[in-house]
Design a protein around this ligand. Structure first.
Ligand code: ADP
Length: 147
C-alpha cells in the first residue's frame, strides 16, 4: 500500500491543489492532505475550517483524507505510515525550493518526494492570489473546487 502525504497550507484549497491530488491518485493508493499549522502566517481560514472544506470535497473518496499537523513534515509523514511526500511545482522558483527540501528530507529520513508539474490550465493559480482577489471583493469561485 503506497501512501503519500500532500502537505501545504491550502489557504484555501484550490483547483490547482485538486489537480495534484487527482493525478497523485494514479500513483498512490492513499493520499493524506496535511494542513500544516502555522501560527506565524496570517490566514484567511483557520486550519479547522480548511480541513472541513477539503473533507467536503473528498467526502465520497475513501482514498483521500485530511489532517492538521504541527510537527516537522517528515515526522508527520512517518506518523501516518507514509513513505512519500507529494508536491506540485508551478515555476522555476517552486522547483528550486522543492528540490532543496526534498533532498534534505531524503538524506535525513529516506522519505522520497514525488513532484508533479502543474497543468497549464491551473499553473497560475495560487492560494495567495485567491486571498488577494477575495480581499478586494472579487468572485474567486472559478479557482475553488466544487462543492
Ligand atoms: P505551501 O505553503 O507549503 O507552499 P500551498 O498550500 O501553497 O502550501 O501549496 C501546497 C502544494 O501545492 C505545494 O507543493 C505547491 O507548490 C502546490 N501547488 C499550489 N498551487 C498549485 C497549482 N496551482 N498547481 C499545482 N500545484 C500547486
Amino acid at each position: 500500500m503506497k501512501t503519500a502525504l500532500f502537505p501545504g497550507s491550502f489557504d484555501p484549497f484550490s483547483i490547482g491543489h485538486q489537480n495534484i491530488v487527482q493525478r497523485g491518485l494514479c500513483i498512490f493508493d492513499k493520499i493524506v492532505i496535511g494542513i500544516g499549522r502555522n501560527t506565524k502566517k496570517q490566514s484567511l481560514y483557520t486550519e479547522e475550517e480548511r480541513k472541513a472544506q477539503i473533507e467536503a470535497i473528498y467526502q465520497n473518496n475513501q482514498r483521500v483524507s485530511v489532517a492538521i499537523y504541527d510537527t516537522l513534515t517528515v515526522d508527520f509523514t512517518r506518523e501516518i505510515g507514509a513513505n512519500f511526500i507529494l508536491r506540485g511545482v508551478r515555476t522555476k522558483q517552486d522547483f528550486d525550493y522543492e528540490q532543496k527540501i526534498a533532498e534534505a528530507n531524503r538524506i535525513l529520513t529516506g522519505i522520497e518526494t514525488v513532484v508533479l508539474f502543474a497543468e497549464p490550465e491551473t499553473k497560475t493559480i495560487s492560494s495567495s492570489l485567491i486571498r488577494e482577489l477575495k480581499a478586494f471583493g472579487k468572485n474567486v469561485s472559478d479557482y475553488l473546487p466544487q462543492p
